[in-house]
Design a protein around this ligand. Structure first.
Ligand SMILES: [Ca+2]
Length: 191
């Protein structure tokens, strides 16, 4: 009798645990990792240019603020870049807080940042770190509260010699990109 009660109790606990797990799976917020190649822009404005033939860049291509001679004058003149940019339209499937990462390559300490402009929100500076001449993901300092629907993303020149390969928009705080990611064309708005 006692064994029977224990067995029933264990069975009830197991069922509760299974129902709880199922509910957690069903009701967990959907996680989205939206990845776009920078060379797949909707618009590009000089001096930002596309470069091809880099086997270390995803899809072999990237966009850059070409190196100038003399180097590193744009950010010292108060102009902050030359107005060049790449512009994208991205479909966000669900309302939420999204972090933007950009896979970038820096020339040196005077060529290590971009402006990131999402919709009409204030520009954020991406970069400023000291890892040079290798592709690395850099995160925009602040996440964005985005509605479901189409949003604009602009990567704008700030310091010459800076390159961008891909960007990632994610509502998953556990996503910490370390290498190139597969593009998600479903979220690109091409019209
Ligand atoms: Ca690329």
């Amino acid at each position: 009798m006692t064994n029977g009660r224990v067995r029933i109790g264990a069975t009830v606990l197991l069922i509760c645990a299974l129902v709880g797990t199922l509910a957690a799976v069903v009701f967990a917020a959907q996680r989205y990792n939206i990845v776009i190649e920078t060379e797949h822009y909707n618009a590009i404005k000089p001096s930002t240019a596309v470069k091809a033939g880099d086997t270390t860049a995803s899809n072999g291509k990237y966009t850059e603020y070409p190196l100038k001679r003399p180097h590193a004058t744009s950010e010292n003149s108060g102009v902050q870049g030359d107005g060049g940019s790449v512009y994208f339209k991205v479909r966000v499937p669900e309302q939420g807080n999204y972090t933007v990462w950009v896979r970038t390559w820096w020339y040196d300490a005077c060529g290590n940042s971009f402006f990131l402009v999402v919709d009409d929100k204030p520009a954020q500076v991406v970069g400023g770190d000291g890892t040079f001449k290798t592709w690395k993901w850099r995160k925009a300092p602040q996440p964005y509260a985005l509605t479901a629907g189409v949003h604009s993303v602009k990567i704008q020149n700030r310091e010459d010699g800076a390159r961008a390969d891909q960007f990632l928009i994610t509502n998953d705080t556990r996503t910490i990109p370390t290498r190139a990611m597969a593009e998600t064309p479903d979220y690109r708005v091409t019209e």
